[in-house]
Design a protein around this ligand. Structure first.
Ligand SMILES: Cc1cc2nc3c(=O)[nH]c(=O)nc-3n(C[C@H](O)[C@H](O)[C@H](O)COP(=O)(O)OP(=O)(O)OC[C@H]3O[C@@H](n4cnc5c(N)ncnc54)[C@H](O)[C@@H]3O)c2cc1C
Length: 452
């Protein structure tokens, strides 16, 4: 087989896959349709643009997302390296200055001698070694091509993004800086909290429920064009606030507006509910409203969100929105190596595999890039151990029940259980997570030495 690879999609997974292959001497043609064709969620022309939050999740070694990133650091991920280099203070999370991050990835990719970036839509799945990483907002043509090759249904549903507010329009005589449990040393300014009493909360919830939403007309169109029935589901981890509010009067107070670990400096009490805003750029001029994805019409959004104490005069840099999310029925289509079951030289990476979240998407790009190269070199494909987070995610998407398949992000529930301790004492959750983490990193370390 020749040493030429096509990667479709210059997002998080596609750039990582291209980098991994190019570093092994493969000539890569990386197709990215932006800026000629937009996805509706991306706003610029850079590769690896983060479409919503600027956080890649926890950096703590005993958190699932932290383990995943440590595994990728061990395996030499380009994108995690760029994220580390462009981190902004966010307590224990790895949050980045989104523009600086995307610029750095774009520079590295465009200047790699083995990578040619082609700014054009790839409408049909190419022949020859290929990685499809066209993301949750894959173009219609490539989706059609995938449907006809794979002969399988796609699932389409909607995802929501949260609004961003200009920092200097937040009333800091009402709002205050604090991290939950004040855990994150020196993290002042990472989070701004808008406290609510019970009356304010209940008025906010009723206004939210009454506000007009943007109708999901495109989604209906998708159903008519043959999308699997019952696909009208939201990303559980990214539910719009109005949908959450419909689930019960207090569901927001137990969800994104939970006040646990927050004490107001104004009365030394825990508020009834709290709206948290997280710093969105290094300069600290923008803050996103954490967990406040919404599909309200923009004028209604402004009105309702301005009811939040401290946001009475807020100016919005971006309103919340909802978007299509496309992914394959991976258990029917993919093997654990991310190779398609129907065509050995066709691999998938990113959100389209059903692995969810920025870090997980980068991880699948890394594995797909390594594996397609191994295939081209006549080597055995890597199947990562399920005791690693990368392996557990790939195992999940390729082995879950296809009838009920849903995207999954890194979590310890995917890991095989540990042998119970000999002395029969009960492990604390923290201790268990630490052991999971050590086991995962040992396994990836051993694997790395093997594939050198
Ligand atoms: C609106 C929205 C918000 C999200 N918010 C978050 C979040 O806050 N946190 C989180 O962890 N995850 C989030 N996700 C999920 C997911 O982690 C991100 O979408 C992530 O960027 C997916 O990585 P990817 O590489 O699979 O796709 P992308 O990063 O989207 O990259 C795919 C690229 O392929 C290009 N493309 C598409 N079709 C073609 C074609 N035919 N030819 C050439 N190029 C093509 C696109 O322009 C795009 O640049 C969100 C998803 C969506 C849709």
């Amino acid at each position: 087989m020749g040493k030429e690879l096509t990667v479709v999609g210059g997002g998080l997974a596609g750039t990582e896959a291209a980098w991994q292959a190019a570093n092994k001497g493969v000539k890569v043609r990386l197709y990215e349709m932006r800026p000629k064709i937009s996805t509706g969620a991306h706003t610029g022309s850079s590769l690896a643009e983060l479409v919503c939050s600027n956080s890649l999740g926890s950096n703590l070694a005993d958190r699932a997302s932290g383990v995943l990133k440590d595994e990728m650091r061990t395996l030499g991920s380009l994108l995690i390296e760029c994220a580390d280099s462009n981190a902004v203070p966010a307590g224990n999370a790895l949050a980045v200055d989104r523009e600086a991050f995307a610029d750095m990835v774009t520079n590295k990719i465009e200047n790699h001698p083995n990578i040619e970036v082609i700014r054009s839509e790839k409408k049909v799945i190419p022949s020859g070694p290929t990685v499809i990483a066209s993301g949750p907002l894959s173009s219609e043509s490539i989706c059609d091509s995938l449907a006809s090759l794979l002969g399988t249904d796609h699932l389409y549903f909607y995802d929501a993004i949260s609004p961003i507010v200009y920092a200097d329009t937040i009333d800091m005589t009402v709002a205050f800086e604090a991290s939950r449990y004040q855990k994150d040393n020196g993290s002042n300014g990472d989070y701004i909290n808008c406290p609510m009493n019970e009356d304010q909360y209940s008025k906010f919830v009723s206004a939210l429920l009454k506000a007009d939403r943007i109708p999901l007309r495109d989604f209906e169109k998708d159903i008519e064009s043959g999308v699997r029935a019952g696909a009208h589901r939201f990303f559980e981890g990214c539910l719009p606030i109005e949908i959450l509010a419909e689930r019960g009067q207090d569901s927001l107070a137990y969800g994104p507006m939970r006040p646990v670990g927050i004490i107001s400096p104004y009365d030394d009490k825990r508020p009834y509910a709290v709206v948290q805003l997280r710093r969105d750029n290094l300069a600290g001029t923008l803050y996103n409203i954490v967990g406040f994805q919404t599909n309200l019409k923009w004028p209604e959004q402004k009105e309702v969100l301005r009811m939040i104490p401290g946001l009475g005069q807020a100016r919005f840099a971006r309103y919340g929105m909802m978007h299509r999310n496309t992914f394959l029925n991976a258990p029917n289509v993919l093997s654990e190596s991310l190779q398609s079951r129907v065509r050995p030289d066709l691999f998938f990476a990113g959100q389209i595999t059903g692995v969810e979240g920025y870090a997980g998407n980068i991880a699948t790009g890394l594995l797909a890039g390594i594996n397609v190269t191994r295939l081209m070199d006549g080597e055995e494909l890597l199947v990562l151990p399920t005791i690693s987070m990368m392996g557990a995610l790939c195992h999940y998407v390729s082995n879950a029940d296809p009838d009920t398949f849903q995207p999954m992000k890194a979590n310890f529930g995917l890991f095989p259980a540990l042998e119970p301790p000999r002395d029969k004492r009960k492990w604390s959750k923290r201790e268990r997570y630490r052991l999971y983490s050590e086991r995962a990193l040992d396994a990836i370390g051993i694997l790395k030495n093997k594939i050198k």
